[in-house]
Design a protein around this ligand. Sequence first.
Ligand SMILES: [Zn+2]
Length: 88
Amino acid sequence: MTQDQNPPNELNTPALCDACAGIQRNWRRAPGHAELMQGVNRKEPRRHGAVTVTRYVCERCAAVWDYENDKNNTHAGWSLLGHLDPAS
Ligand SMILES: [Zn+2]
């Protein structure tokens, strides 16, 4: 596979594991993967009301994800926050 260019809008983060790299971002009901550890839920205010956002951390590459479950927004979904800092 030859790939010289990074896709646009790619975050400047450490390498994701294959499973995390395969997550479709900003798409409602896109699946996560088996090695994501579910964390806390929180409520985020949106124009039409509060939605639930769930934090996940990958056990393989320590990537931190939020999954926003907003049935009014098909582009809510997975967003990559970065990686856990092992020192904190
Ligand atoms: Zn991962």
